[in-house]
Ligand binder design. Structure first.
Ligand SMILES: Nc1ncnc2c1ncn2[C@@H]1O[C@H](COP(=O)(O)OP(=O)(O)O)[C@@H](O)[C@H]1O
Ligand SMILES: [Mg+2]
Length: 363
């Protein structure tokens, strides 16, 4: 097991700055997710950690040891990829045993570990089959078994569930998470799927354009996103972003847009610099716009434009002035189109971003 430290890492492919200065500390035993859109550098960062890719600049440390120049085989890491990298000509048992054979473990040890690991992943019944006789999910379990059988210091997974169907993905999500908790192996997990990141990570590093935008616990990333990009990337439906003017009305600081007038909470009021913040971007998640008045609630006047009834929840698209505001409500409700209605913004949940830098002004 190991702590991994990335210090000032850059990786350039010619003109492309795949990594543009990464600092990251992954504590021993943690499950850390690298999350971001396609092309943001997740795979490259993972490959730099594993040694499959040489860094252009910066350092990679495992514990205190500088492993920057080490080959993958000298780093004691294992990787699981999106494509099930199992050997088709070997039965499941041999696939799991193979890494130990290479390392010249004795026969008894190989057998014991292979059987134990297969049991851990629930594939004991499949040991005599060839990969072609397995489902996608079973094959991916074999790949995971093979990756953990050597008890690596760091387990790295690159979108390992992307090829599975939706139902299996949900199942494997919880299984991988529980497996990691049981093993306590430091794990770095790459995904572009925000739900995977939120549900599996102890910590999430959100990436964009080769830079880490925010590193924190899932709840912090969700409730206190550091900038508009992160706020928009996480959460479904997406957070509503509304350009507002900051004005004082009857001694109260208000956020105003056509059809919207929201009073600032005291806490937020203290963060607003009246000289600088004449305009802001107000962010409010759909689930924080309710259709019954609450304590910390300010009304929005709108017209129902479209309703998505999902059974357990209802997503209401409202036309407010020229804007489309989306609200998510628990339960199955019918809202007539074009009906005028008030929705209520939970002002304690509002996020505020600077229009130029798009950074949050609240933290
Ligand atoms: N071997 C390579 N040669 C040239 N460009 C590359 C190479 N690998 C990755 N890139 C570029 O680096 C950027 C980051 O890629 P990658 O790390 O694969 O992103 P992600 O895994 O987040 O989708 C992309 O612009 C990609 O095109
Ligand atoms: Mg990738």
């Amino acid at each position: 097991m190991a702590e991994v430290t990335i210090r000032g890492v850059k990786k350039h492919f010619g003109e492309v700055k795949a990594l543009d200065g990464i600092d990251l500390k992954i504590e021993d035993g943690k499950f850390v997710v690298l999350l971001g859109p396609s092309g943001c550098g997740k795979t490259t960062l993972l490959r730099c950690m594993s040694g499959l890719e040489k860094v252009t600049e910066g350092k990679v440390l495992f514990g205190e040891k500088d492993v920057t120049g080490y080959a993958p085989k000298d780093r004691n890491v294992s990787m699981v990829f999106q494509s099930y990298a199992v050997w088709p000509h070997m039965k499941v048992y041999s696939n799991i045993a193979y890494p130990m054979k290479i390392k010249k473990f004795d026969k008894q040890e190989i057998e014991k570990r292979a059987l134990d690991t297969a049991k851990l992943l629930g594939i004991s019944e499949l040991l005599d089959r060839y990969p072609v006789q397995l489902s996608g999910g079973q094959r991916q379990r074999v790949a995971v078994a093979r990756a953990i059988v050597l008890e690596p210091a760091v387990l790295m997974m690159d979108e390992p569930l992307s090829n599975l169907d939706a139902l299996l993905r949900v199942l494997m999500r919880s299984e991988l998470k529980k497996l990691q908790e049981r093993l306590g192996t430091t794990t770095v997990y790459v995904t572009h799927d925000q739900v995977e990141a939120m549900t599996m990570g102890d910590l999430i590093a959100v990436m964009k354009d080769g830079i880490i935008q925010q590193y924190g616990r899932p709840e912090d990333i969700y409730h206190r996103p550091a900038n508009k990009f992160i706020a928009g990337f996480i959460g479904s439906p997406q957070m509503n972003f509304i350009n507002v003017e900051v004005k004082r009305k009857e001694g109260k600081m208000c956020l105003i847009a056509p059809g919207i007038e929201v009073e600032c909470t005291r806490e937020n009021e203290q963060k607003i610099d009246r000289g600088k913040h004449k305009r802001l971007i107000m962010g409010i998640r759909p689930e924080n716009i309710h259709h019954v008045a609450g304590r910390e609630a300010t009304p929005i006047e709108g017209k129902v434009y479209f309703t998505e009834r999902l059974g357990a929840e209802t997503i209401v698209h409202l036309k407010v002035g020229d804007m489309r505001i989306i609200s998510k409500i628990a339960g199955d409700e019918i809202f007539e189109e074009d009906k005028e209605m008030n929705m209520y913004v939970d002002t304690s949940r509002i996020r505020l971003f600077d229009p130029e830098s798009e950074r949050s002004i609240l933290d």
